[in-house]
Design a protein around this ligand. Structure first.
Ligand code: ZN
Length: 307
């Protein structure tokens, strides 16, 4: 990282090097770790998995990192301009941006670590900030679970994914009486190819989408148009995340609305902190977002099995 930028964010004493995120160095300390653990054990969102989170901090899988003022906004800007392709984006894509960016989570698949970056000005104990940090932590832990336990992820969350993708695809493509095995085939294809292997071939994705045509009431041209829209939406998300977040509610509104009503119908709530879109290719995002709505016993099971 640039010397100048590093100097801009001067460190307090007692910090140890923790790792790099987007070429930016991050640091941690024992007191930061202890405060983070205490916040995760005591707040209402994560107290049921607080002990597991403590173990993950102790064994270095979760690394709470220090950020000085302005550092998180700087990192987000860098993230938004550095996504170039699906394979290099695993670190970045699991960013969870809160409304007020004083904390963020980054799951780095290469390091097998979850960096929780916390603004120095935030008081972590007994405030709304700890709830935000807790939600970010669980969201990213579920990405970690999905990516490291690929064989356990689908069987564990089969029911939720079937419900969500069933509703989302029915809504978007006006499907009728689609057999549930067709729905599960679709998200299995997304999970195993796009998400886990990082292979995204648009011609294959198009073929998989066109397979749903037989269950749709839409005229062929309209169905194809929606498939192309689905693919354009993904392309834009990777090519220009800034532009994507600006126009997604205009041009791609039907897709966003279908995702939104999928959450509303299947999980009785909607996400507060993320930009919809990853669901189009990454099924784990659905489970991560659902954890913001409610931490179910299955979600606790997933977190507990990460250790
Ligand atoms: Zn996510």
């Amino acid at each position: 990282m640039d010397q100048l930028v590093q100097e801009l964010f001067a460190l307090p004493i007692g910090m140890k090097y923790a790792g790099k995120v987007l070429d930016m160095e991050f640091h941690t300390s024992d007191s930061l770790k202890n405060n983070y653990i205490e916040a995760m054990i005591t707040n209402r969102v994560t107290k049921s998995v607080g002990n597991e989170i403590k173990k993950l901090v102790d064994n270095g899988r979760i690394v709470p990192c220090y950020a000085s003022s302005g550092m998180i906004s700087f990192l987000l800007k860098r993230a938004r301009t550095s996504i170039k392709n699906i394979a290099s984006s695993f670190e970045i894509l699991s960013f969870l941006v809160s409304t007020d960016p004083t904390s963020l989570g980054v799951y780095s698949r290469d390091d097998k670590k979850l960096f929780i970056i916390i603004d120095n000005s935030v008081n972590m104990i007994g405030t709304e900030a700890d709830i935000q940090i807790a939600r970010i932590t669980v969201h990213e832990l579920l990405h970690m679970f999905a990516h490291e336990n690929t064989k356990k992820f689908l069987p564990l969350f089969n029911e939720e994914l079937n419900k969500f993708y069933g509703y989302f695809l029915e809504h978007l493509f006006e499907l009728k009486e689609i057999p549930s095995n067709e729905i599960s085939e679709y998200y299995k294809y997304l999970f195993q190819n796009c998400e886990i292997k990082g292979i995204l071939k648009f011609s294959e994705l198009y073929k998989n989408l066109m397979n749903l045509k037989q269950y749709s009431n839409l005229p062929e041209e309209d169905f194809k148009y929606k498939c192309m829209m689905y693919i354009h939406c993904i392309k834009l998300m990777f090519e220009n995340l800034n532009l994507y977040s600006e126009i997604v509610h205009g041009k791609y509104n039907i897709i966003i609305k279908s995702i939104h009503s999928g959450y509303l119908n299947c999980f009785d709530g909607t996400a507060k902190m993320v930009l919809y879109g990853q669901e189009l290719i990454f099924p784990s995002e659905v489970i991560c977002v659902s954890s913001e709505i409610k931490i179910t016993s299955k979600i606790s099971t997933a977190v507990k099995s990460i250790l």
